[in-house]
Design a protein. Structure first.
Length: 256
C-alpha cells in the first residue's frame, strides 16, 4: 500500500504531506496513525525544530473518511483510535505550521486549527460541514473555531455547514497570511526556517505560553509567562543571544 504521508527533512524543518489525493486526503485511522507516528518522530528528533503540514492543491483534507465513519457504531466511535491522534497533536511541543490549499473541511479544518500558524492559498476553503451529516464537530471544531474567528462566524459556519474562503479566513483571524496557491508551502517553510533558527527553549516556552492564553484567565497566564521568562533567564542560549547581539554576529544556540 502506498504511504499515506510523504516526509521530507529540509535541514531543521520537517515537511509532512498528506498523501491520499484520490479521496481528497480524507482522514482514515491509518492516515492519522501514520501522522501520529510522524509527530512522535519529529518530537524526539533533536535536529527537527519545526514541522510544516500540508496537503495538495485540491485539498488539505476533506474531513474524516466518511466510508470509514459509516462502518462505525457508538462503541467503535468511543474506542476510536483517532482519539489518541488528537491527544498527541494537542501535546506536540514543537512549532507546527499548516500550509492549506483547497478544502480544509470537518476534521481537516480541525487538523489545520491544531497548527500554531496557518498559511492559506488564495483558493483555500475552511468549513465544518458535519451538520450536513446530522452530526457536529468532534475534534475541537466548536472550541477552537470560536476562539479563532469569534462567536458569530463560528456559529454561522458550524450551524450552516457552509465554508469560508481564504480572504474571509484572513479577515477573521483564522489564518495569518494568504498566498498564491503555488507559494503556500514555500511561505510556510520560510516561516518554519526562521523559527527553527531561534533558541529552541525560548520557542517551546513561548508556544506554551501563547497556547495557555487561549484557555486561562489573565492572571494565571501572566504567572505562567513570568515563570517561563525567569526559566529562560538561566539558559545558555539567553546569554548567547545577548552576547551575539553585542558582538554583531549570529547567535549559536544549543538548546540549553
Ligand atoms: N471521506 C471519504 N471520501 C471522501 C471525502 C471524505 N470526507 N471527501 C471526498 N471524498 C472522496 C469522494 O468520495 C470522491 O471519491 P470517488 O467517489 O471518486 O471514489 C473523491 O474524494 C473526490 O471527491 P468529490 O468527487 O466529491 O469531489 P468534489 O470536488 O465534487 O467535491 C467536496 C469536493 C470536498 C465538496 C466533497 O467531496 C465533500 O463534500 N466531501 C465531504 C466533506 C465532509 O463532509 N467532510 C466532513 C466529514 S465529518 C472524531 C473527530 C473528528 C471527526 C470525527 C470523529 N473523533 C475524535 C472521534 C470528523 C468528522 C468529519 O470530518
Amino acid at each position: 500500500m502506498p504511504a499515506l504521508l510523504t516526509v521530507e527533512q529540509l535541514e531543521s524543518v520537517r515537511l509532512v504531506t498528506l498523501n491520499r489525493p484520490e479521496a481528497l486526503n480524507a482522514l482514515t485511522s491509518a492516515l492519522l496513525g501514520e501522522l501520529a507516528d510522524e509527530l512522535a518522530n519529529a518530537e524526539q528528533d533533536p535536529t527537527t525544530h519545526a514541522v510544516v503540514l500540508t496537503g495538495n492543491r485540491k485539498a488539505f483534507a476533506a474531513g474524516a473518511d466518511l466510508k470509514e465513519m459509516a462502518e462505525r457504531d457508538l462503541v467503535g466511535i468511543l474506542n476510536d483510535p483517532r482519539v489518541a491522534f488528537w491527544q498527541r497533536i494537542t501535546a506536540f511541543s514543537k512549532p507546527l505550521i499548516a500550509a492549506v490549499n483547497g478544502y480544509a473541511l470537518g476534521g481537516g479544518c480541525e487538523l489545520a486549527m491544531h497548527a500554531d500558524i496557518l498559511i492559506a492559498g488564495r483558493d483555500a476553503q475552511f468549513g465544518q460541514p458535519e451538520i450536513n451529516l446530522g452530526i457536529m464537530p468532534g475534534a475541537g471544531g466548536t472550541q477552537r473555531l470560536l476562539r479563532a474567528v469569534g462567536k458569530s462566524l463560528a456559529m454561522q459556519m458550524v450551524l450552516t455547514g457552509e465554508p469560508i474562503g481564504a480572504r474571509q479566513a484572513l479577515a477573521a483571524g483564522l489564518v495569518s497570511e494568504v498566498t498564491e496557491p503555488e507559494l503556500t508551502v514555500e511561505r510556510a517553510l520560510a516561516i518554519a526556517r526562521r523559527i527553527a533558527g531561534q533558541a529552541p527553549l525560548a520557542v517551546r516556552l513561548a508556544k506554551e505560553a501563547l497556547l495557555k492564553a487561549q484557555d486561562t484567565d489573565l492572571a494565571s497566564g501572566l504567572r505562567l509567562e513570568r515563570h517561563a521568562f525567569t526559566l529562560l533567564a538561566g539558559t545558555h542560549d539567553r546569554n548567547e543571544g545577548i552576547r551575539a547581539f553585542q558582538e554583531k554576529r549570529r547567535p549559536r544556540y544549543r538548546g540549553e
